[in-house]
Design a protein around this ligand. Structure first.
Ligand code: HEM
Length: 449
């Protein structure tokens, strides 16, 4: 059994400078040069220094109170650029290798380097419990994902999972005011529509029917195939990625109403950005401060322009909705127009979110959170579906039982189009299958930087 979970807290490298006292500049410059040379020649020396000096885990209870918690190991070959290249180009190999290393050494939390920045990775529920336990505290730790993935910072720096604790609390409090399970249930019809269309298109292509109409599906299927030496490889996750992107994009912006072309453009731009993020040389170069922000041509320029366009397109949705709401309030007092006659979208839900103390989200915060939801939901969903399907294909009995349970629901409802969220929710075997697939293959693994 492989349980795999990564969490990270960037450690504050500035802690190293706590030692700086009243010593002359020349001495410090010489010392810095010597240290730099040493760490470049002997990477393990740098790792050892980090473990000794920057380990931020302090025991706060019991007889070892005040001491550093011995939680960390060092995973091979991480210094100084981490495994960025391998994580982008060979995520599965690096995940397996890391898990093997954990099992062999018995160490489940370790420091990795991301362009000289130390980050802590945790890879077992037990290690997680230790790191997060009430008896251990993390000194000077904060969430700083934007410094590791600059394109995310630019696209959705104010998104929930990017923010340090104080800002996170504010945005979390406001968005949760209008983003409970009732709202997520409300997205089901849009998702159902997208999934049914996708499956029907897939079925038509497999049966060789009406290829012109289903041209997009034909090219998506060919994207899943590639030849490596003598083997034909079919990547199942690539089959589900367009599906989850389309679903999440429609959940975010709606399914048309005259805005279809804009929504398709958003989807295209977003896909381009995600594809570029997978380009290993770009991902490494992007870690150099200023590269993405100022490099005047090539991929950085393309990335900046695409992000600008995404912000503009989505801001249009936000301002249009907010002014519509304002007009409606003028006309019918405090009552807003998001009634049952209108389908909920993520944009509307986040625009409506309001907390009596924290207020509302700004337009930019709404836009950034939409894209952070899209980034958080796209690959996680596609990877989970891919793993679930692969497991089902190898477990005929489970597949048969699941098929029977689903068939019963569809027969009772006369058509798959009439199946509701409640019907799906009541299918306990389906829930068990999804949970088991997530347990076996958590989709946030070490390929996530
Ligand atoms: C199988 C699917 C999914 C898995 C396994 C998954 C897993 C996770 C995990 C482990 C976290 C915590 C990360 C951290 O704190 O550093 C997280 C956070 C988050 N996820 Fe997901 N996720 C999934 C699907 C989705 C979807 C579909 C969406 C959006 C539509 C989404 C939106 C988010 C957001 C916004 C956060 C940040 C929450 C916060 O910081 O308050 N996730 N997810």
């Amino acid at each position: 059994m492989r349980i795999y979970l990564d969490m990270y807290h960037t450690m504050d490298a500035n802690l190293a400078f706590n030692f700086v006292g009243e010593v002359s500049t020349t001495v410090w410059v010489t010392a810095a040069l010597c240290i730099t040379l040493t760490i470049l020649i002997i990477p393990s020396a740098y790792q050892a220094i980090v473990l000794q000096t920057l380990n931020p885990f302090v025991i706060v209870k019991g007889k070892n109170k005040g001491q550093k918690a011995p939680l960390l190991g060092t995973y091979k070959g991480s210094f100084p650029f981490g495994h960025v290249k391998q994580k982008v180009s060979k995520p599965i190999l690096i995940s397996n290798d890391t898990v093997d290393w954990c099992e062999r050494t018995g160490i489940y939390s370790w420091v990795e380097f991301i362009l000289l920045k130390p980050a802590l990775l945790v890879a077992s529920p037990e290690a997680c419990k230790k790191v997060l336990s009430a008896s251990i505290t993390v000194k000077k730790s904060t969430r700083n994902i934007g410094s590791m993935v600059p394109a995310w910072e630019m696209l959705f720096g104010k998104g929930l999972f990017m923010l340090p604790p104080k800002d996170w609390k504010r945005i979390h409090t406001i968005s949760m005011r209008s983003f409970g399970s009732a709202q997520t249930k409300g997205f089901y019809p849009i998702i159902n529509e997208v999934v049914l269309q996708y499956i029907s298109s897939l079925r038509h292509v497999i049966q060789g029917k009406r290829v012109v109409k289903h041209g997009t599906m034909v090219s998506q299927l060919s994207d899943c195939r590639y030849n490596k030496q003598d083997s034909n490889i079919f990547t199942v996750d690539s089959l589900f990625r367009p599906l989850s992107l389309t679903a999440i994009c429609k959940v975010a912006f709606g399914s048309g109403d005259g805005d279809g072309a804009k929504i398709e453009l958003i989807q295209k731009h977003f896909r381009d950005i995600i594809l570029l993020q997978k380009n290993a040389p770009y991902a490494i170069l992007a870690l150099i401060p200023g590269y993405l922000k100022y490099f005047p041509f090539g991929k950085p320029l393309f990335m900046r322009n695409t992000i600008k366009s995404l912000h503009k397109l989505s801001l249009d949705f936000v301002t249009k909705y907010r002014s519509k709401q304002k007009d409606a309030r003028k006309n019918i007092g405090e009552k807003t127009i998001t009634g049952s006659e209108e389908r909920k979208t993520l944009i509307k839900v986040l625009c409506d979110a309001h907390d009596t103390e924290e207020g509302i989200l700004t337009d930019t915060e709404v836009v950034h959170n939409i894209f952070s939801f899209m980034a958080a939901g796209m690959s996680t969903t596609a990877d989970s579906l891919a793993h679930m399907i692969l497991e089902l294909a190898q477990s005929k009995q489970v597949l048969q039982r699941l098929q029977n349970d689903i068939d019963k629901i569809v027969v009772a409802k006369k058509s798959i189009n009439n199946v509701t969220w409640e019907d799906i929710d009541s299918c306990n075997y389906l829930t068990a299958v999804i949970k088991e697939a997530l347990r076996l293959y958590p989709s946030i693994g070490s390929k996530f930087l």
